[in-house]
Design a protein around this ligand. Structure first.
Ligand SMILES: Nc1ncnc2c1ncn2[C@@H]1O[C@H](COP(=O)(O)OP(=O)(O)O)[C@@H](O)[C@H]1O
Ligand SMILES: [Mg+2]
Length: 327
């Protein structure tokens, strides 16, 4: 009984700490929302918040982060950080990873989505693109992250509009020498095959990296990381959970943890006495059974085809067929 009480107190402290850090985070978010151009330059959680993805971390550390962290030495060797493009199925951590890279290095992070640069007036988009780069330069060193990049620089065809050509040209122009101005580029896309090829030419995007489904170690690590912040039972079999979720994306796993957590929250508030019902192995397994993988086998086959055309480097399941790692 005494040990149960102790456990409850420990859990309560844990939840309290989580709440406080959540509030602090919200405050930080509110501040940066008021001053969108002056993003936080302090390293936050960096790679520590990224579960698994060890190969991708090593790859990006070597080619990108080390150069950014040692710019003077890199300059002496004539090395600039390469611009990267992360591609792969949705929900596998591309956006999350790019944010973590900026945290890890401690540079300004600017995320640009297609809607941010879309304009209804002629040449409006072109001006917005130029403005994005100008702002990034002002806040330098900046990691400029273009999400859903395929929608910004779609492949040009002969029937294409003159305006669209101008926009792609504007990107090409701005991307040239951006790193000399302290602006480093990471882009992400679920559809690299739809991107204008001129953009992918070396010098604009240097390294094209596949971010695939999480492998077993990454899934286990993702379960551990997500559940470490929640009132979870101590006898959870993380390896078993990882085994059961082969073929699931990172966001599928986040969803599974959230749905088990929501269930236990409802049970906790339904109880009369004040206590937390712990999330158990059974609940998690049940949540897994109720969620099928969000990326279909057909889509994975298509990614495999695209990957054989595009990747200069592989950040995912190197040496295995995508999504079908032997385990
Ligand atoms: N390696 C990871 N570690 C921890 N959480 C992750 C990881 N990868 C993805 N996630 C979670 O999954 C969510 C979806 O990832 P996201 O970066 O939006 O995928 P994508 O950009 O590839 O579509 C993120 O918001 C994050 O909560
Ligand atoms: Mg994304």
């Amino acid at each position: 009984m005494a040990s149960l009480e102790k456990e409850w107190l420990r859990r309560q402290q844990l939840v309290q700490t989580a709440l406080i850090s959540h509030e602090t985070q919200n405050e930080q978010q509110a501040t940066s929302a008021q001053v969108p151009d002056a993003a936080d330059k302090q390293p936050k959680r960096g790679f520590k918040a990224v579960a698994g993805m060890e190969e991708l971390k090593a790859l990006v550390t070597e080619s990108f982060i080390n150069v950014l962290k040692n710019r003077e030495i890199a300059q002496a060797y004539g090395i600039v950080p390469p611009s990267l493009m992360l591609y792969g199925p949705s929900g596998c951590g591309k956006t999350f990873f790019a944010e973590a890279v900026a945290d890890e290095v401690g540079v300004t992070f600017m995320k640009v989505a297609p809607d941010d640069i879309a304009s209804t007036w002629v040449h409006g988009t072109q001006e917005k693109i130029a403005e994005v780069f100008r702002k990034a330069e002002q806040a330098a060193p900046t990691l400029l992250f273009f999400d859903e990049f395929d929608a910004m620089v779609p492949a040009r065809t002969s029937e294409d509009h003159h305006n669209q050509n101008n926009e792609v040209n504007e990107f090409l122009c701005m991307m040239n020498n951006a790193s000399e101005k302290g602006v480093f580029i990471i882009t992400a896309t679920n559809h690299p095959e739809n991107i204008d090829r001129a953009i992918l030419r070396t010098g604009r995007i240097d390294e094209i990296i596949y971010v695939g489904l999480p492998d077993k170690a990454s899934r286990e690590s993702l379960f551990r990381l997500s559940l470490s912040k929640l009132p979870a039972s101590e006898d959870i079999n993380y390896e078993e959970l990882a085994d059961m979720t082969s073929g699931y994306t990172c966001s599928d796993i986040s969803y599974i943890v959230k749905s088990a957590s929501r269930k236990m929250f409802n049970e906790s508030i339904a109880r009369k006495e004040k206590s937390y019902c712990l999330i158990t192995q059974l609940q998690l397994e049940d949540a897994i059974r109720h969620k099928s993988p969000s990326v279909s086998q057909r889509d994975l086959k298509e990614y495999e085809r695209v990957r054989s055309v595009f990747s200069t480097k592989d950040g995912g399941d190197k040496g295995s067929r995508i999504g079908f790692k032997q385990q």
